[in-house]
Design a binder for this molecule. Structure first.
Ligand SMILES: [Zn+2]
Ligand SMILES: [Zn+2]
Length: 245
């Protein structure tokens, strides 16, 4: 679209409308760090305000207020409650989000067994925990989660937990990758249902196969990229060299 001149003869004003040089990105992504686990909770929204809340780790009232204040201040409308997987640190705020915005929990059915363990795990850690709703929106590999103009492709990446999934936005080049891959590290595999070879296969086939510039937004610590981890991640290097991990 070129620039247009509009001459308002009566007022004698020349108004120049600048052409749009580029469209703004569709997604706004907010990251909150919650709980003693320093877990990353994400809110992904499109310009209309339609949004998804991914892995709410807000178990404390002050944390829940932080999340709700953000959503209200930006006029957002939560449409999805998504879990990449159901370890305790990623589900501490599930009950709050489900109740506050009337949402069902969406995750892979294979995480039900992990979710059932969340309550005893919270007791063992001495963490107050309002039990999460059950998984009633079942997601599988190849599904697309849609809200507003945003489409997130579901990828199946077991290994850190038995049915971990990630949410990939191919159009905008980012992936909410939970606890699979971190900057310079990988998710732990010593918890029930974890397996190192399975995790490394998932990482190699489902994450590092994405375009190199893809932003990886993990469940802990800061963001990285596919290119950076493919080149520098010591666990990836060891796996490629056939060394034990
Ligand atoms: Zn985890
Ligand atoms: Zn975690």
């Amino acid at each position: 679209m070129g620039s247009r001149c509009i001459h308002n003869a009566r007022m004698g004003i020349l108004v120049l409308q600048q052409p749009k040089l580029s469209e703004p990105p569709m997604s706004s992504i907010a990251r909150f760090v919650f709980s003693a686990f320093h877990e990353n909770t994400y809110v992904v929204a499109d310009p209309s305000g339609a949004c998804a809340i991914i892995d709410p780790g807000c178990g404390e009232p002050a944390e829940q207020k932080t999340l709700a204040d953000y959503i209200e201040a930006h006029g957002l409308k939560p449409e999805w409650l998504l879990n990449t997987h159901c370890h305790i640190d990623h589900v501490l705020g599930n009950a709050f989000v489900a109740q506050r915005w009337g949402l069902e929990l969406a995750a892979h059915a294979g995480e039900r067994v992990v979710l059932e363990a969340a309550e005893p795990t919270a007791k063992a850690y001495g963490i107050p925990f309002t039990p999460s709703p059950r998984i009633t929106q079942v997601l599988e590999a190849g599904d697309t989660v849609r809200f507003g103009s945003i489409a997130l492709e579901v990828r199946f990446v077991p290994g850190h937990s038995p049915a971990h999934i990630v949410f990939h936005n191919a159009e905008e080049g980012y992936c909410l990758c939970g606890d699979t891959l971190f900057e310079g590290s990988i998710g732990r595999t010593d918890l029930p249902g974890g397996d190192t070879n399975t995790l490394m296969t998932s990482i190699t086939e489902q994450l590092l196969s994405l375009p190199p510039e893809t932003r990886l937004l993990p469940g802990h610590m800061g963001e990285t990229t596919v290119e950076r981890e493919a080149a520098n991640n010591p666990f990836v290097q060891a796996w490629k060299a056939g060394k034990p991990i």
